[in-house]
Design a protein around this ligand. Structure first.
Ligand SMILES: *Cc1c(COP(=O)(O)O)cnc(C)c1O
Length: 404
């Protein structure tokens, strides 16, 4: 994805063409970028040979899941709905792990019937529910237990999940109790220790601490785990000032961990696989100027892309056609939704911009469409996948008549 002669292109097709043909707001993904991300991820960890379970909550478009499946990835799911989608996309049950603090009894029953790889339990009550279902079915169910390693991942507080104040996982003592309990249970087979300390983590140091904690706890349990599930969370550079995540350093930390523990590593990456594969094309409806700012009112809003309103996340906005003339003034890119948090970006200068121009919100492949809603009774946008010069509609634009 780049400019060719001043016009932005996704692979071989210009965003001007795409926005005319499919209208806006428009989610557009690049197949080549997805392929590259997956190939790179595998390459970083090729000596470890991990099981890579794509985090479905980051992007649950079934056509995307089908592409991901073709590269041999499994899935990390957090609801029955996500599990059903992963299975429908052809992902083998034995490559599906199930996370989440509030899996209901019927969701657990569904997962157990499907014989998925692991149910990663996050509380004593959940463990007992799994055991009860297993007993009724008279079978032994494979589980992991999610540890809360009490580590600050140094990311946005809204997406930190591994400190004792967070609802996720189990603190050390309770973790050890549940290990003891599962070891003697006739209906549970404890196979995995799992963790996931947060998302958009750009520094590998928190992972280093996490591996130390895991090392100590495994030694304390004296249990032979078959898997260690390290979760996801590897960050991507959304802003120029962001450093790239150091996969090499993370890989060598894991390699030395594996010298002490002979386990299979599981990863649950979402963002690092899918974030930079997607852009959101949007048309300028109006430009409203006051003394302080130029408000660029877009046809995309927080219901289409929520990360900015939800976490204060920063996503770059670039023009579909590059122009030389730069205007020095505050520009605020906002959506039409009736909320003051419905804004995407404020900058101190931007190129000359007019009503009906197309702009591009960058890196929206993860937690973009999967967080979209019908707020303000706005229909879901269309999603397309570009492969060289071919375009596939992977989800049609929702019709207003379907939501009225
Ligand atoms: C959200 C989530 C992930 C994926 O996180 P990314 O930051 O997108 O890599 C992985 N595991 C669990 C349990 C999650 O909740």
């Amino acid at each position: 994805m780049n400019y060719k002669k001043k016009i932005f292109h996704v692979e071989n097709i210009s965003t001007e063409k795409l926005s005319k043909k499919f209208q806006t707001p428009l989610y557009c993904y690049s197949y080549l970028k997805l392929k590259k991300n997956i190939t790179n991820f595998k390459k970083y960890f090729n000596k470890i040979d991990p099981l890579i379970c794509f985090s479905v909550k980051s992007n649950s478009n079934i056509k995307i899941l089908k592409e991901i499946k073709k590269f041999g990835l499994g899935a990390d799911v957090v609801s029955q709905g996500e599990m059903m989608k992963a299975l429908k996309a052809g992902i083998e049950a034995k490559k599906i792990v199930y996370s989440g603090v509030g899996k209901t009894y019927s969701e657990l029953k569904y997962a157990i019937n499907k014989n998925i790889l692991l149910i990663n339990v996050e509380s004593k009550s959940e463990l007992l529910a799994v055991e009860k279902i297993a007993k009724l079915k008279n079978k032994k169910v494979d589980i992991g237990i999610r540890l809360n390693p009490n580590i600050n991942p140094k990311t946005l507080k809204q997406i930190s999940t591994g400190r004792y104040g967070d609802k996720f996982g189990l603190e050390k003592d309770e973790f050890l109790n549940l290990v003891k309990y599962s070891k003697i249970s006739k209906f549970l087979k404890l196979k995995c220790l799992s963790v996931h300390i947060g998302s958009q983590i750009l520094n590998h140091k928190p992972y280093e601490k996490m591996l130390k904690v895991i090392n100590n706890i495994i030694n304390e349990t004296n249990h032979k785990f078959k898997f260690v599930d390290l979760g996801g969370g590897m960050g991507v550079p959304y802003e120029k000032k962001n450093k790239k995540f150091n996969f090499k350093a993370f890989n060598s930390l894991i390699k030395s961990f594996l010298k002490k523990h002979n386990v299979k590593i599981i990863f649950e990456p979402g963002r690092s696989i899918i974030a930079n594969t997607g852009i959101l094309l949007s048309k300028v409806i109006y430009i409203k100027k006051n003394k302080f700012k130029n408000f660029i009112i877009l046809d995309a809003a927080m219901n289409d892309f929520m990360r900015t309103a939800l976490y204060g996340a920063n996503h770059n906005i670039i023009p579909s056609i590059r122009k030389k003339k730069i205007i020095k003034k505050k520009f605020e890119f906002v959506g039409p939704v009736c909320e003051s948090t419905d804004k995407f970006l404020t900058v101190n200068k931007f190129q000359l911009i007019k009503e009906k121009d197309i702009v591009i919100i960058c890196d929206v492949g993860a937690y973009g469409m999967s967080l979209a809603s019908n707020y303000n009774v706005r229909p879901f946008p269309i999603e397309i996948l570009v492969k060289n010069s071919k375009v596939q509609i992977i989800k049609s634009r929702q019709k207003l008549s379907d939501i009225i």
